[in-house]
Every structure is written in C-alpha cells, then in structure tokens.
Design a protein around this ligand. Sequence first.
Ligand SMILES: O=P(O)(O)OC[C@H]1O[C@H](O[C@H]2O[C@H](CO)[C@@H](O)[C@H](O)[C@H]2O)[C@H](O)[C@@H](O)[C@@H]1O
Ligand SMILES: O=c1ccn([C@@H]2O[C@H](COP(=O)(O)OP(=O)(O)O)[C@@H](O)[C@H]2O)c(=O)[nH]1
Ligand SMILES: [Mg+2]
Length: 737
Amino acid sequence: MSKTIIISNRLPLQISISEDHLEVTPSVGGLATGLKSFHKDGDSIWIGWPGMTEEEIPENLKNKVQQKAREENCVAVHLNANEIDGFYYGFSNRTIWPLFHYFMEYTESDDDYWHTYKEVNQKYADEILKHYKEGDVIWVHDYQLLLVPNMVREQAPDAIIGFFNHIPFPSYEVFRTLPWRDEVLQGMLGADLIGFHTYDYERHFLSSVSRILRHQVDFNQITLPDRIVKVDSFPMGIDYKKFEQAALDHYESTSADQSELQKRLDHHLESTPDAKLILSIDRLDYTKGIAHRIRAYEYFLDKNPEYIEKVRLVMLAVPSRSNVPQYRRLKREIDELVGRINGKFSTVSWTPIWYFYRSMPFENLIDLYTTCEIALLTPIRDGMNLVAKEYIATRTDHTGVLILSEMAGAAHEMNEALIINPNNFEQVAEALKTAFEMPKEEQIERNKMLQKRLRRYSVEKWAGDFMKSLRSTKENRESFQSIKINSEITQEIMTKFQQAERRILFIDYDGTLVNFTDKPENARPDADLKELIRDLNADDKTDVILISGRDKDTLGTWWKDVPVELISEHGVWMRQIDGEWELSENVKSEWMDAVRPVIENFVDRTPGTFIEEKNYSLAWHYRKADPELGEIRANELSTTLKELISNRGLSVLEGNKVLEIKSSGVNKGKASTKKLVGKDYDFIFAIGDDWTDEYMFEDLPEDSVTVKVGIKKTSARYYVEGTLKVRTLLENFRKNN
Ligand SMILES: O=P(O)(O)OC[C@H]1O[C@H](O[C@H]2O[C@H](CO)[C@@H](O)[C@H](O)[C@H]2O)[C@H](O)[C@@H](O)[C@@H]1O
Ligand SMILES: O=c1ccn([C@@H]2O[C@H](COP(=O)(O)OP(=O)(O)O)[C@@H](O)[C@H]2O)c(=O)[nH]1
Ligand SMILES: [Mg+2]
C-alpha cells in the first residue's frame, strides 16, 4: 500500500534525557503543531530530527530513541553537533531565515555553513530513499530542506514530490542577494508542486525563477526541459476542533481542576471590575516584533494612564535558537525592556507585564487563550502565525479581540481582526484602545466570521488540498497528450525508418538543433552538427530539409559547405542542394516601412529587445528583456500589430520569445507539404520546438512522425526534452541509414 512520507527538520516529538531515561514531549513551532494531526490520522511516516545531537544521546539510549519515534510512526535522523552547527544554527537560521524574513543585515554568507547544509540535506534525502517505494507520495517541509526535492528526484525520477515553504518567500530584489540562489531554486524545483502560505510568497518565488533561472513561467506553472512544476498557495489552518473542544472542556472544568496559572489570571481579573488581560505568545524571535509590542504598550500606558492597574500584558516567549547571537541579544533586549517598563509603571499591587520565558503545556496555553480578552500579535514578518488562529478557535463564546500585524501571512485570511502595522506604535496603541472599548456585539460578529473560515479551512483541509493538487500533477504528467520518446519508441521509429524506401526529414533549426543564445547571430552550427546533417543527407533514400524562420543569408552562410536543402523565413525562400536560392512564394514587403516604427517604439521602451530584419518579415525578440515586462509588452505589441495589419494579408506569429510579422500565406506547414508534391515518401518526419512548427505538425499527413522539442501544448505525436535528445535521435537515424 502506498504511503505519505513527511519530512521536516524537526520531528513533532522532542527527545530529552533526565536522569538516564528518555522523555518525549511535543515540539513547539507552527509546522510541528499544525501538521501533527494530519500525520496522526493518515497513513504516513514522518522523518526528522528528534531535537538532541548525537553526542547528547548516550550510546545505550540510541535504540530507545528510534523505538520511541517508531511508536509514533516517526523516523529519527541523527545529527551530530557539527552538523547542527552548520546546518541548523548556521545556514538555516543565520542565512535563509533572516534573508527570507527581510532581515538582510542579519544574513551571513558562510561557505562552510552552505557545505554542511548540502550534506545534511543529502542525509535527509538518503533517509527518504530508504523508505520510499514506488507510488508513495513525498512531502518535504520548509526552508531547512530546500535542496531535498531535487536530491530525491535525482535518485527517483518518477517520484511524486511536494514541497511546502512555511516561511515567507522574499521579493526577487532580496532573494537575488543570496550567493547560492541558483542552487536553492534548482533544489526546490525538484518538486512537482511547491506550496506557500500566501499568493505574495508564491509570486515572489515565480518571479525569482523566471528572472534568475529564466525558465518559462505561465501563470503558476514552470516549464522545465523535462517536467512541469506547479506552484500554488495553501494557507495553513489549525486543528480547529482540538482547540475548540479544549476550550469547551476548560469552561466545564471545576475550580478544583484549575491550574496555578489560571488561578493567577483569575486573581487579576477579579482585582477590579474592568480589569483586562492582553495576551501574546511567540517563540523568542526577532521576526516576531516583541520589542515593538512592548514599546507600543508603553506608549499606550503613557497616553492612557486610566488603564494603569487595570490592564496587564501576559507575554509568553518560548526559548528558540539560542545558539544564534541575534537571539541571545534579543533575549537581553527583551529582559531589559520588560524590566524598565515594569519599573516605570508598577504599583504596590500591580505590574504591567507578566513575562514568561519558557514553553507551556497545551493546557496552560488553553488557560491563556480562553482567559485573555485581547490577543496582541505584532510580528514584523511571519510566514503564517498559527497562534492568531488558535486564539480565535478557543473563543467559544465568540468574544475577544485579536490585534494582528499585517505582516503575518494569517492577516490575509483574518480581515475581521484589528489589522495593524507593527512599526507604527501609535496605530498599535490606538488598536489597543479600540479593543478595550469594542462592544461585545461587535466582537461576536467579527469572531463568528473568523471562526467560520478557520473551521472550514482547517489543517486537515489544508493538507488534503495540497495532497490532492500534488496527486493531480501526476495525473497531468500521465495524460500529457504527446508521448515522450523513450528507447522503446525510438526503436519503433527506427524500424519504420529502415523499412522505408523514400524518407524526408523536416528539421527546425533554433531551439531544435541548437540552443537559444542571447543574440540570434551566435547560434551557429558546430562541426559535429554539420557532419551529422551531411551524413544523414548522404543516403539516397533520405532527403533532409532544414526548415527555419531565419533569413536566407544567415542560413546560407552557416550551411554553405553542407549539401542540404534549406527553407528560410518560414517558407519564403528555398535553397536546393546545389546552393541556388529561389523565391517560392510571391510575397510583398512594402508593408515593412509602416510597421517598423511601431516595433521600434516597443524596442525603445523595453530594454533588452531588438528587431531582426529579414527579407520579407520583421521579428521582435524579447528573450533578454525582463521576463515579466517582456510578456506584458509582447501582448501589447501583438494586439497593436494585429489592429494595424488587418486586411493586409499579414499575420503575427508568436514564437519562442519572439513576435514575427509576415505574409499570411507563408508558414512552415505550407512550405513542408509543398515538398511532398509528386514524391511518394513513405517516411515523413518533422521536428521543431515552437509555435511556428505547429503548422508542420498539423498540415503533414497523419502518419508522419512529428516531434515537439520541450514540454508544451502541441499537435505533435511525440516529444523530446531538449536539443541534446534531438541529437541522439538524429544520431540514431544516421546509424540506421
Ligand atoms: O524548529 P525551530 O527552529 O525551533 O522553529 C520552530 C518552527 O518555526 C517556523 O514556523 C513557521 O511555520 C508556521 C506554520 O506554517 C508558520 O505559522 C510560521 O509563521 C513560520 O515561522 C519554521 O518554519 C519551522 O520549520 C520551525 O520548526
Ligand atoms: O509554549 C508554547 C507556545 C506555543 N506553542 C505552539 O507553537 C506554535 C507557534 O506557531 P506559529 O505559527 O505561531 O509560529 P512559529 O513558531 O512557527 O514561527 C503554535 O501552534 C503554538 O500553540 C506551544 O506549543 N507551546
Ligand atoms: Mg525553433
């Protein structure tokens, strides 16, 4: 039976050792807490790190760790202190984490960290491969494992691999500063589906892929030479019922069951009639805006002294990544700030901030969520922020006010909260006042809407949607309309080729025989290619025709010494084997003077684009332009030209990063079928990469062997991934000549 393999840096369970025996506690942090319920209910194994270094686990307890993990369908990946240093504290949390959260000044570029990161990613990938069986679905999580998808793909090319990034993906302008940006993107692109919490992170990623790797991006699909990668946003939800039920149980419990914490909270609330508690919970992380929050609270108390002795900020900061200097510095800063503010405002019976630096068990979190009437969450950047969602889910009587930073992914779905900019402390203080004064009816109205959405888009639904979309990428792969040429199909084609008496091969040039270059004039044929074409054509039974959109002078020069027929400008000119060119279509060129200035205007406004002049057509190239601007301008130009040329017998061809204007009557379909007249070819072959080659695929007789280069929508019967594969196929013809 097939299973799901979940991989994340940290397992949902955390191992610790006290007095020689193992203790297992749940891990803290959104990923582990969120995904746990999906794992519990499904048929899955979870691979990850158990939270202690190899050195910290005594030899005699190592098996025990694995056994404890196994009891929860987990597999522990052991990492030594050196690996944790370079991989976790190093590259993950001193390079990627700050960079992806826009803390560029904290971002370190250290080659050793990078090397360890690669090694550890490989270790995770190897562990996956140990457990992987065909049909399993692999789901890789988060920024610690960005290289894993491609590492798995290399060993298991047909595996179904999903990747989810739990933290923001920064804008291209920030991401581009990473020295290892190409490798990181390539690592992620090993997946079939890449998920983010919000559309903004998704579009930043797509824009980086298109600008840095220059892959073709259409809406949310990336076309690689051999695969298509889908990118989408899936905002992670919570185990709503678990939090709701815990809150209901909490309200029903008797006072004898109450925790110490609950008693203290109640004590404050009973101290004056309009006493209020403000809650904040986060890992102690500089992205969470904890200092901003405290300063805004100070500002609030300064401005609104009537709240003194009535309001209290209950701040839970969970220790996190304390080996990283910034986290240690932050700890000191927060300690000092809390001390200063408590010193400034405290009275004999009251302190403004209750500060807990520790993690709390689930029951205490529920005490906090249910008792505090206001939650104040002010991250400066946050992938999602599940605390915001958990708070709302526990408010079973629908009261309570959530103040939430617009920089948290969660803010996109939680519009009914009081949304603030954490850098604007006046606004935060204002929101606190609004929260205190908000009528119960309004609180209820807002929370009901929030709860409805959170209940529906729970973590199960989130994981289910991701999985469904991931599986559909596999179905798409299988239903892909043209067939990939593998060794079996090559054999079939070669048999047909050998049995034939008269063969004709139509071969496109750019993107088929040679790769694209930034300047069209640089894509000249190499000596091997010339020899290959010469040999193919040497057989009396085989006619080779290079059929291209290029102008005749370039083609003629490049193929001067090779006896092969050439068709240029999509069929305007034909060169016989003996080297003589003849005009094959009666085409006009007077229109060019009217159209050229229009295109020139686009060249001026779109850096990196240029015009290629041919005898009977004009081509506007935008391969070197900014990819997004290029597509926008191509659309614009196409519309403008179509209006301009209507009724003139001209048409606009949309090629691979090129728009070409030429006579309507001329195309590769017409040109190639013309070559068949009067000849009885019993093997017809056509190969090409772009839109203009589709005319051949459509017009040639049905039993022709038509081949598209690259994975694109096509009428060709077969496809191959790239120019290297084209050469292999042609080599095969040469062998069977
Ligand atoms: O494992 P740690 O280094 O202790 O860090 C804890 C986790 O923090 C991050 O959580 C993120 O995922 C949450 C759920 O998608 C999201 O709500 C939050 O905004 C993110 O910061 C991190 O991504 C995890 O890998 C860590 O385990
Ligand atoms: O003492 C604590 C404090 C918090 N959490 C959980 O830690 C997660 C924090 O996730 P969030 O997405 O808010 O932030 P992250 O830490 O992942 O950046 C939430 O599920 C909390 O319930 C916890 O288990 N124990
Ligand atoms: Mg081509």
